[in-house]
Write a new protein. Structure first.
Length: 252
């Protein structure tokens, strides 16, 4: 599904990502972990076109997507959430999800303004799909509530629904459990499993809550100071000496 090939990115001489290589298989739930500043979010930004790599290649379903603009990458079937929630606070939950569907609609501005039958039909379908996604993430009873009024955990869920509105095949989740309590994290884990199963998605997950990653993911890659230091099954990664040192220090 996704191939990361010797990907490198530097900012003003600071190496954020250094020759990182791994692949994500179709249908896999793949975890990406590492200490703060390890380069995880930078890697997501490279995959989704928000940053340009200094060197290396990205391939999605065999196609070279290196350096493509974000809207082109979204159109190919890659969607993401963000480390810091980026909802449209003054819009309703339903509007936040519906607005993401523009990548899959064809009516255009003129058709919408003059109310062509095709545009009205597309609007109804967009609304139907958005309501279904709100139900999927557990927010079906609050479609008309403004996004800024939601609790933090529910804003995270709403952002996942909005990403799913793009109808992706590859979903990137950047620290979806950040700021959640233990119960909310367990519930989120169930949601992520359900999304994978019901929608048949491939998921790439960044998460600092290591137990959640170990429980959810088929394989895990570990970054430290921009370099890949471990890659494999959760049980193997958890025992890796370089991973333990990166998280806990030399004294271990």
């Amino acid at each position: 599904m996704l191939s990361v090939e010797a990907l490198t990115c530097s900012f003003g001489g600071v190496m954020a990502v250094s020759r990182v290589s791994f692949s994500v298989q179709r249908g896999e739930l793949f975890g990406l972990i590492g200490p703060n500043g390890a380069g995880k979010t930078t890697l997501f930004n490279l995959i989704t076109g928000l940053s340009a790599p200094t060197a290396g290649r990205l391939r999605y379903q065999g196609r070279d997507i290196t350096g493509l603009r974000p809207h082109r990458i979204a159109g190919l079937g890659i969607a993401r959430t963000f480390q810091n929630v980026r909802l449209f606070g003054e819009l309703s939950a339903l509007q936040n999800v519906m607005i993401a569907r523009h990548v899959r609609t064809t009516s255009g501005l003129v058709g919408g303004v003059i109310g062509l039958p095709s545009a009205r039909a597309e609007e109804r379908e967009t609304r139907r799909r958005a309501l279904a996604l709100l139900e999927l993430v557990g927010l079906a009873d609050r479609p008309d509530e403004r996004a800024r009024n939601f609790a933090y955990g529910d804003q995270r869920r709403l952002e996942i629904a909005r990403a799913l509105a793009l109808e992706p095949e590859l979903l990137l989740l950047d620290e979806p459990a950040a700021g959640m309590n233990s119960g909310e994290k367990r519930s989120l884990g169930g949601l992520i499993r359900g999304i994978r199963t019901r929608l048949g998605l491939t998921i790439l997950l960044i998460e600092h809550h290591v137990p959640l990653v170990m429980d959810l993911c088929d394989r895990i890659a570990v970054l430290n100071f921009g370099e890949l230091i471990a890659l494999g099954a959760p049980a193997n990664v958890q025992r890796d000496a370089a991973v333990i040192e990166a998280y806990l220090g030399d004294e271990v």
